[in-house]
Design a protein around this ligand. Sequence first.
Ligand SMILES: [Zn+2]
Length: 400
Amino acid sequence: MTGRSQTGAGDLLELVRSGRAVTRGALQQATGLSRATVGQRLDRLFRAGWLREGAGGPVDSPLGGRPSITLEFDDAHAVVLAADLETRHARACVLSLTGEILAEHSGTLVIEDGPDAVLGELGRWFAELLEKAGHRAEEVCGIGLAVPGPVDLESGRVVQPPIMPGWDGYDIRGRLSGAFTEHTGTGPVPVLVDNDANLMAYGEQRTAYPDCSAFVLVKVSTGIGAGVVVDGSVYRGIDGGAGDLGHIRVPAGTEALCRCGSYGCLAAVASGGAVARRLAAAGVPAASGSDVRDLLASGHPEAAALARDAGRQVGDVLATVVTLLNPGVLMIAGDLAGTPFLTGVRELLYQRALPRSTARLEVVTSRLGERAGLIGAGALVVEHLYAPERVEERLLAMGV
Ligand SMILES: [Zn+2]
């Protein structure tokens, strides 16, 4: 039992948004509230502009009597901003509340320049994107940010990130909200920060595998990280550390120095950066994971062989992950995601994991590609702001 009643305006909105009850009659039935009480609560949601009557005609009421008008979430009353930071590159967009990208920009933004410069620049990008999308800054209800490091969700700060020098413990929320205000002249907005693999997993699971109750995404780019979505929610562990696979020690890596300062990490032998170093040592010009991606796309044989080898290293670790979590989908994303890497993953995975844990497992590559982090970040903001427990305080703040 929770202390909160399950029949407030926020709960009705949740029922409509999820499609579980979309008429007044169905809401009465789902909540046990009277017709008059449902009407009063819906009125508040209509006045806030969060709910509208559906475009389709009336449907039969579950309580009998007159056919009822369907209700739907009105996604026109606000927009969301989202950004996804890579080590040397970033992507940002304006999203509708239902996750449609309305304007998008990507360009060079170097994590090592530090949070003050990077987040300041993002504020400028956001202002330009809003103009491009034809939306006012006042319509923005929140900002979602994906970063390549472990995040403490409570504080929105990164915790000892190996590839984000200068960001440890920095007030990302405050700075990004401030940069938004600086460039648009509007008041502060809520900012949510999460790890990139978590948000990619969240975006992909909701979009392509909504019925999968145990979903794992592994991002292999500059680093290696995993996002785990269980029963529709990101599983973060007790302090945001879940899924940080890149620094598991592997036997093949004893000689390899990792960016975290240790020797023998998985990321030091099987990440995009590690493959680039091995290619460079063999005389193939490659300096980063994205260079490796380009080589793979052009069918470069040495890049393919090294990517497959990296896939085997990661697959060995994933055998344990799959045995522990028994996921329905294991998705490979990031610079190395492609046939050679996937082949390597499968080789080791099916060899090392119990047949039972892989019998119904789908091993796939990303569906949303480079937009997965943005879609996930946008969804995180919307689910946070329209969660039943937050709807009530937001309605009161609006005087509704
Ligand atoms: Zn490491």
